[in-house]
Design a binder for this molecule. Structure first.
Ligand code: SF4
Length: 253
């Protein structure tokens, strides 16, 4: 049985993208190789945190602290405890779940056996790590980073991997959501290029206006910019949405 590093386990509403508002059980894996400047889960970038926090089902202030690394068996025990009739799926998130690919696979297999649907949120940083996982997932939300997110030094390699992950996901019949976080002054040409590269794939495409970090209050795009970027995307893709991070308004994790 595998053990791995999880930073948080909790049940909440999906706060981003095409499945916003769906109740999910979130498994937040530790570690991320990227460094997006707007990251709102910096606490999840440590790859070997000492503890995993399990939040109460309807009372987030109720917490259990579990020592890492945690076994897949114990993860499933908490998943069962957090399960409620409205749960849509288990959300494998991070950090970056691909860094824990073998551990993710074991949990996803157990979850399938228990008839859960599996939903992965990834930056698409490694197609090699994503490919063997694809058959266990029903939904994949794959980010495409912009150069100005300052996520990595080798942006072209990251972009290639992201596109390859989208291809693998669509080819495996996974319901695929591609999300791009957009900023003030995001060039329409950059969104045009991404959407053109995605135009052969049957995906849901989400433009997510950045939630401005406190130290950078002026980075969010205007409504006018979002309307323009949405129109550009719509020229190439049939299912385009503009959705901010809703969980921030709701004050939930
Ligand atoms: S990929 Fe996600 S977790 Fe990693 S730095 Fe970027 S926003 Fe943060």
């Amino acid at each position: 049985m595998k053990r791995g590093y999880i930073i948080e386990l909790f049940s909440s509403f999906q706060g981003e993208g095409a499945y916003v508002g769906r109740r999910q059980i979130f498994v937040r894996f530790a570690g991320c190789p990227l460094s997006c400047f707007y990251c709102d889960t910096c606490y999840a970038r440590d790859s070997q945190p000492e503890f995993c926090t399990v939040l109460g089902n309807t009372d987030f202030s109720r917490k259990k602290i579990i020592e890492n690394p945690i076994s897949s068996h114990l993860v499933m025990k908490f998943v069962e405890e957090l399960h409620t009739p409205d749960v849509h799926s288990i959300c494998y998130t991070g950090g970056e779940p691909l860094l824990s690919a073998e551990f993710v696979k074991e949990i996803a297999m157990k979850a399938k056996d228990m008839h859960f649907k599996n939903f992965i949120e990834t930056s698409g940083c490694s197609a090699i790590l994503f490919a063997p996982l694809a058959e266990y997932f029903d939904f994949a939300s794959i980010d495409i980073k912009l150069r100005r997110h300052r996520a990595v030094e080798d942006y072209d390699r990251l972009y290639e991997n992201e596109l390859e992950c989208v291809k693998i996901s669509v080819d495996c019949g996974i319901e695929t959501i591609v999300k791009v976080v957009v900023l003030k002054d995001t060039p329409a040409e950059e969104i045009e290029k991404i959407c053109s590269d995605l135009s052969d794939f049957d995906i849901k495409f989400v433009l997510q206006p950045v939630t401005a970090p406190r130290h950078l209050p002026d980075v969010a795009p205007s409504a006018k910019e979002l309307l323009t970027l949405s129109e550009v995307a719509g020229r190439f893709l049939h299912d385009v949405m503009v959705i901010p991070q809703v969980h921030k308004f709701m004050g939930i994790p």
